[in-house]
Structure formats: C-alpha cells, structure tokens
Write a protein that binds this ligand. Sequence first.
Ligand SMILES: Nc1ncnc2c1ncn2[C@@H]1O[C@H](COP(=O)(O)OP(=O)(O)OP(=O)(O)O)[C@@H](O)[C@H]1O
Ligand SMILES: [Mg+2]
Length: 412
Amino acid sequence: MIKTKENKISIHYNRPALANYQLDALFNDSRYAIVESSTKAGKTAACLVWIIEQALQGKTGQDFWWIAPVYGQAKIAFRRLKAGLPRESYTANESDLTLTLINGARIVCKSAEKPDNLYGEDVFAAVFDEASRAREEAWHALRSTLTATRGKVRIIGNVKGRKNWAYKLARKAESGEPGMSYQKITAYDAIDAGILSEDEIEDARRQLPDNVFRELYLAEPSDDEGNPFGMIAIRDCVQPMSDEKAVCFGLDLAKSVDFTCLIGLDKQRRVCALERFQKSWNDTISTVREIVGTIPCLVDSTGVGDAVLESLQKDGRRNFEGFKFTQSSKQQLMEGLAVAIQKQEIGFPDGVIVNELESFEYEYTRTGVRYSAPSGMHDDAVCALALANSKAGTQKPRVIYKQPNHYSQQCY
Ligand SMILES: Nc1ncnc2c1ncn2[C@@H]1O[C@H](COP(=O)(O)OP(=O)(O)OP(=O)(O)O)[C@@H](O)[C@H]1O
Ligand SMILES: [Mg+2]
C-alpha cells in the first residue's frame, strides 16, 4: 500500500508468505546467493519478491535486473512481477520489459541471449534465473555491472549436468567462499512446506527416468550430462542382432537431411531388423511394405508422414498405425524407451542405435522435457526404436504435472 504524508511517499509493504527455505536461501546477507533447486519449488517466486524488495529500497536512476536465458522467460518474469504488485505502484514499459516503481527505481527484465548487450550499466541488485541454462558470458557481463555498486545477486536454477558455470559457481559457494551462500532445495523440502504435493512427486518419480528425476526434483546432477537413458544402462542393453521374427516395427521417416529408419523387435524385445536409408517416398513406401508385411508398425506420421502413412495403409494394411510427434508425445515416447533401457527390457546391437542413444539429450523447458539429438546429429534410430518399443506395449500414460490448487496466483 502506498500513502502520501507531508509530501513524502511512504511505502507500506507486506512480504507474501514464503517458506523458510525460500527465506534462508535468498533473503540473507550474502552478496552472492546460489540456489540449486527442484523444479516448481518456488525459486522464481521467491526471487521476484526479493528483487521487488531490493528495488523498493532503491531510488530514481537505480536499476535492478532480472536476467533469464531467453526473452520469452524474461517476459514471463515481467508479467509475474506486474501481477504481484499493486497496479498503482509502478508504470510499465512493455517493450523494454521495465517497471518503474513509485520510488523511481527500475526493475528491468532482460534476456541472456546477447551477453554484449548486458555490459555498460550500473546495476544495484540482480537475479539470474535458470542460470544452468544460460551462457557463461552473460554471467560475466552481469558481474561487471555490479562492480561499481557492489550490488547483490541471486543465482537460481535447476541442475543440469556438471559442465556449466552455474554448477561450478555453486561448488565454490558450497565450499564456503567469502560473500557467497549456497542452498540446495529438493522437492521434499517443497512438500514439507506445502508448495508441492507428495503424490505429484511420487508420480514424477515413477514416470521419469531416474537420472531425469534426480536432476529435476532432487537437484542432483546427472553424470550422463543430460543423457536421458544413462550411458551405463545403454551399454547394458547391447547384444547381437536377434535372428528371430519381428513382432512389431517402429518407422521414423526422413524429413529433410535425415534418414528413414525402420526397426523391428522380436517377442523378447530384441532388435531383429534394422534398415536405415535415404530413398524417394515411392521407394521408401515399397521397401517398408515389403519388410514389414502384416506385422504391427508404428509410423512417424508428423507433417509429410501423414501422406506416407496413407500410402503404407493402402489395400487395407491397417497394421501401419500413425504417431504424431509433439513435444509432449515425444517426451512420453522417449520416457517409455528410457524406462525400458534402464530396466534392460530391450536389446539392440552396437552401432548406429548405440551412438545415437549416447548422444541424445534432454532439456527441461517450461512446457516439459524436450528430447532431441544435439544439433547436427541424427535421432532417426532412437525415434524408430522408441516407436517400436511403444508398439511392443510397455508404456504407461504419463500424468501431466498439475499445480497445487491451494495457491492463489495473486500474491506472487
Ligand atoms: N511460498 C509459496 N507458497 C505457496 N505457493 C508458492 C510459494 N512459492 C511459490 N509458490 C507457487 O509454486 C509454483 C512454482 O513456483 P515457481 O515458478 O517460483 O517455481 P520454480 O522453482 O521457479 O519452478 P521452475 O522449475 O518451473 O522454474 C508457482 O505456482 C508458485 O506461485
Ligand atoms: Mg522458475
């Protein structure tokens, strides 16, 4: 609330209720607070409160920054800031993502995509959100802006392997470096505080590959550097090509520069057929129909795949079934494959399948987990294997994360 008294503005501010771990991790005296946290534990929410409080203690001409890896995330923070402040307490510049508070201090939400654009200002306090997913150069730039002001910074995020600057900085803070504080927040801390529900976390534990669950909910870095299947688990599934009959197939179609890949599994879910080629659509269709015959086959029917599926199904070949790739359907498909690999329920020969599985990556985004090959590499064999595995019938439906319903969006 804001009141005017004898020409002076006094700002009456009530901090929203925060969990103890949010307060301990962020509202402390350290200049650098580093937090490695479970997803959805409330790190962004607590930091939004923190940056508002820093700015409320500032004055005209002082800048307070919120940095996110990409512009879209900076915009989300901007929207959440506005939602958390009384309308009369700020003016907003939507194109610069800037809020000017009643005391003249500015909160500016910025993207870390172009670190060079972050140099040059004096910043009085800052938050670096999703730090493990942003470029190190952006941290160097932000650090330079805090030099003249000796400004405080909160660096928060999920863990994402060990090969990133946020991980290294967290280890420094954890070892007791002067001026730094470190806190790890797990999903269980958030359950105790009533921010996350236990059912939800147990469900995530059942549905997600172990190493993904550990990174996302326990803040434990994976040794596999973002590989969702697990390097050791992949190796444990390697066995010679089976010479038994296929009971199902998975078909990933070449879209542009990729390969078409067809994989067959026998009744013990061992790879018994593997074809990888680049041909015209007509030749692709006749080759696939010849190899597959009347055996069930799950086909990537995304985009142009729809028309190919129709041709495959001609003459009543209903054993060809379509599968449309979206971020969430791919997530579900890949998680089914990851579970099969980690339980050694599937077998495949060394070579292209193993190479692609080993280089496959996952990335946590606001809309879920995105699975893909690193840029410039192929994932057709992984997709074909995942489709065949799905057809073999192991997948349980994945339950999508739901927000706890006791929380009112207004306050944060
Ligand atoms: N102290 C709190 N009390 C109740 N609800 C809270 C509290 N802190 C955060 N929340 C709610 O919990 C949910 C997750 O919060 P938030 O987005 O800040 O988490 P996060 O750790 O930043 O998650 P992500 O991994 O997606 O970045 C949001 O709906 C938020 O409003
Ligand atoms: Mg967040």
